[in-house]
Design a protein around this ligand. Structure first.
Ligand SMILES: C[S@@+](CC[C@H](N)C(=O)[O-])C[C@H]1O[C@@H](n2cnc3c(N)ncnc32)[C@H](O)[C@@H]1O
Length: 238
C-alpha cells in the first residue's frame, strides 16, 4: 500500500455527515481551534495512566523492544481489519493494532501473518506509555476515529482533547482517515497550530482496508485522508 502525501493543504469539499441526532453536525472548522490546541500543548496532562493500561502495555513491550522491524501503530483499529491489511502491505514491519473495545476485537478475522499484534488498550494511556518508553513508530494510522460531529462534542475529538499532545509526541508518519470533511479540515488546522505541515486529500479509488471504510464506501460517502510527518521539526507556532 502506498501512502500519498499532498504537501499543500486542500480545502475539502463539504460533505454532509450521516447522523441521526436532533442537533445538526458542526458545519465548519471551529474558529478558536488554534487557541484550544495551544492550551493543550502548553499544559501538563494530569490524567493518571490506568493500571490496566500499564498491564496492556507490558504485554507487548518486550515484543516491540526486541523487534528490529519498523513499528507501525494502528490506533483505534476496531475489528483489526486494517491491522491485518497493513501487516500484509508492509511485510517487513511489525504492526500493532490497538482498540479499547473487547467486542470489536473479538470480531477480528485472523490471518497467518505473524508480523502483527492486536491489543486491547486505551490509547489515551498507551500513546503516553509508548512515547515514555522511547518507541518511535515509522508510521501511525488513525483510521475513522469517532467523529463526535456536534459542535458541543469538539473536545471529544482527538485533536480537541489533551490526548492530542500525546499523539504528536509519539511521532511517525501519521495517516488519519475520516468520512467527515470538517474533521479532516480541523485535523489539518490542529496539526498546523501545533507547528506541523499536513497534507489532505479526498480518497477516490482506495481499496477499503477497514470495516468502517468498507461500510462508508458501500453507502457512497466521501472519504478524506490527512497525512503528516510528526518526525519533522515542528515549525514555531504563532
Ligand atoms: C468508528 S470506529 C473505527 C474502527 C476502525 N478503525 C475502522 O475503521 O473500522 C472507532 C474505534 O475507536 C475505538 N476507540 C475509541 N476511543 C478509544 C480509546 N480511547 N482507545 C482505544 N480505542 C478507542 C472504538 O472502540 C472503535 O473501535
Amino acid at each position: 500500500m502506498s501512502v500519498l502525501v499532498n504537501p499543500s493543504m486542500i480545502r475539502f469539499s463539504p460533505q454532509p455527515l450521516n447522523v441521526n441526532h436532533r442537533k445538526p453536525p458542526q458545519q465548519q472548522p471551529r474558529q478558536d481551534l488554534a487557541e484550544i490546541i495551544a492550551t493543550h500543548l502548553s499544559s501538563e496532562w494530569l490524567r493518571p495512566v490506568a493500571e490496566h493500561s500499564r498491564a496492556a502495555f507490558d504485554c507487548v513491550h518486550r515484543r516491540v523492544d526486541d523487534s528490529t522491524a519498523p513499528l507501525i501503530i494502528d490506533s483505534c483499529c476496531g475489528t483489526g481489519d486494517s491491522t491485518r491489511n497493513l501487516a500484509l502491505a508492509f511485510p517487513d514491519a511489525l504492526v500493532l493494532g490497538i482498540d479499547k473495545s473487547e467486542h470489536r476485537l473479538a470480531r477480528h478475522r485472523t490471518s497467518s501473518n505473524e508480523n502483527y499484534l492486536i491489543l486491547r488498550a486505551d490509547v489515551n494511556d498507551f500513546w503516553r506509555l509508548a512515547a515514555e518508553a522511547g518507541w518511535q513508530p515509522a508510521q501511525h494510522f488513525l483510521l475513522y476515529p469517532n467523529p463526535y460531529p456536534k459542535a458541543s462534542q469538539f473536545r471529544k475529538r482527538w485533536y480537541g482533547s489533551p490526548a492530542f499532545s500525546a499523539l504528536i509526541n509519539l511521532g511517525g508518519l501519521l495517516t488519519m482517515r475520516t468520512n467527515w470533511s470538517v474533521y479532516a479540515e480541523e485535523f489539518v488546522l490542529a496539526l498546523n497550530a501545533a507547528g506541523f505541515q499536513a497534507g489532505g486529500r479526498q480518497l477516490f479509488d482506495a481499496k477499503p482496508i477497514t470495516a468502517f471504510e468498507t461500510k462508508y464506501k458501500e453507502r457512497g460517502d466521501s472519504l478524506f485522508e490527512v497525512v503528516c510527518d510528526l518526525g519533522q521539526v515542528a515549525l514555531s507556532a504563532n
